[in-house]
Design a binder for this molecule. Sequence first.
Ligand SMILES: Cc1cc2nc3c(=O)[nH]c(=O)nc-3n(C[C@H](O)[C@H](O)[C@H](O)COP(=O)(O)OP(=O)(O)OC[C@H]3O[C@@H](n4cnc5c(N)ncnc54)[C@H](O)[C@@H]3O)c2cc1C
Length: 273
Amino acid sequence: MLDVRSCASLSEAAGIISGDRQALLIAGGTLVMREVNEGRLTEGTLLRVTDPAFRQVNASGGRVEIGAGVTMAMVLANRDLSYLHAPARGIGGPAIRTMATIGGNLFAETPYGDFTVALLALGAEVVVQAGYGSGRAVPLEDFLAGRERGGQGLVTAVQFARPQNPSEFLFRKISRVKPKGISVLSIAAHLPTSGGRLVQPRVAYGAMAPVPMRARGVERALDGKPLDTAAIQAAKQAALEGTRPATDAIASDWYRREILPVHLGRLLAGEPR
Ligand SMILES: Cc1cc2nc3c(=O)[nH]c(=O)nc-3n(C[C@H](O)[C@H](O)[C@H](O)COP(=O)(O)OP(=O)(O)OC[C@H]3O[C@@H](n4cnc5c(N)ncnc54)[C@H](O)[C@@H]3O)c2cc1C
């Protein structure tokens, strides 16, 4: 039998999740409720969180914090988060965006997880609360590496340094059905510059590995260079380093590898799809 409980505070929910491995949060419920409705999830406790802190956004300062319960629609309604509008708009249709949360996106299995790809390129940390204590910030990359092991507790928020120049943040989702198809792949790039050269660029992919990944070869190829034809060519040559795409109903692993360098090159060059 499924037991549904409401928690008025984040620490109450975190305490229950830490003490009961069968307890699951319902955030937007776009994935969890599918499991329930299709009869795959029939036992355990489902938790709702009504704590306003879960849906809080603090985006005007240098350090941005977004509550894990913030929906894609809320991101789209927030002007201070304009650089995240492209990834938020790319998730499902309007009904899904009204419910889908950024916290739930961190747990969505590939080829889902488009918003998480953007957060990875922004160097985000995930605030995880295990038990009744205070939360600890974990680099998103480490969080994703440990995700399959489960038992990580409640994610309360994500944090990252606000891009100094929003136009230096790029995102592109490639799908067969437009405008709301599932990703063949997605690419996010944060490309800060100083004196006309890229400084510690961060590039991330979705659907090119079992979880969203950093494109370290591309980052190395671009670091310290002006974003010119030669640098873009070097980035394309390094594009496939570390990738392990799957074959699924959307695309084959071969197809994903074929098109990734093409779309990476177009994104970096500011060309349309
Ligand atoms: C028709 C449709 C289209 C979709 N299109 C896209 C798409 O284009 N791109 C995309 O990325 N995704 C897509 N999705 C998948 C999904 O809607 C999103 O990934 C969404 O962000 C998941 O968030 P949620 O709040 O609904 O998660 P939920 O269903 O509430 O939760 C998902 C899982 O994460 C856990 N969880 C959620 N929040 C937390 C938290 N704060 N702490 C700990 N555990 C947590 C839950 O317990 C559950 O196991 C689509 C889904 C549907 C049904």
